[in-house]
Design a binder for this molecule. Sequence first.
Ligand SMILES: [Mn+2]
Length: 228
Amino acid sequence: MAYQAKLFMLMQVIALMECKLQFKQSKMSSSRQAEIKRKTNETDISIFLNIDGNGISEIDTGIPFLDHMLHQISSHGLFDLKIRAIGDTHIDDHHTNEDVGIALGKAFTKALGERKGINRFGHFFAPLDEALVQVTLDCSGRPHLSYDLKLKAPRIGNYDTELVREFFIAFVNNSGITLHINQIQGTNSHHIVEACFKAFSRAMRMASEIDIRRSGTIPSSKGMLESD
Ligand SMILES: [Mn+2]
């Protein structure tokens, strides 16, 4: 009987510890949200991001193809994302596209905070028909972009294909993320860019998710991941 009582007590202690751990994780994840408002003479942008979301999005940038790509980030990254942008698109899409990249980068920086407990690294291969794109990234605090998409079409709809690179440059510079984008295969520009955003989304999801074995510590032997 004494043995059974001890075993029962031990099980209760384990259950309590599990409960505390779950509470700690939910507390940690519930705060991984950010709101960014950025207004210049060229654009007026507001973003709400919840890293631990369900892929719910409400996006209107005034650039239809960019909206389509931002939906991919939310849907495949399972990030809740609300983006509203009003920009000088009567000139062209350059400023609005770049500033959305800036604001999204800032939103991830803010939501990730000290980047405690995250996987830090992420990678994914996304196919879309004949296109195959690999994205590898590190929430290192060091901005870097290696970009290797070979887009033959100058435009997708009205969207200038040069703007894909501009978007990711703005994103890495404001998120402190090291990002490598490699096109493995593909001929259709819409397919290649969409595969890129899908791979990026899944890689971001992997990198930003909580690694339970980290127990909330910063995933760096240096002890910090600079994000500014
Ligand atoms: Mn599409």
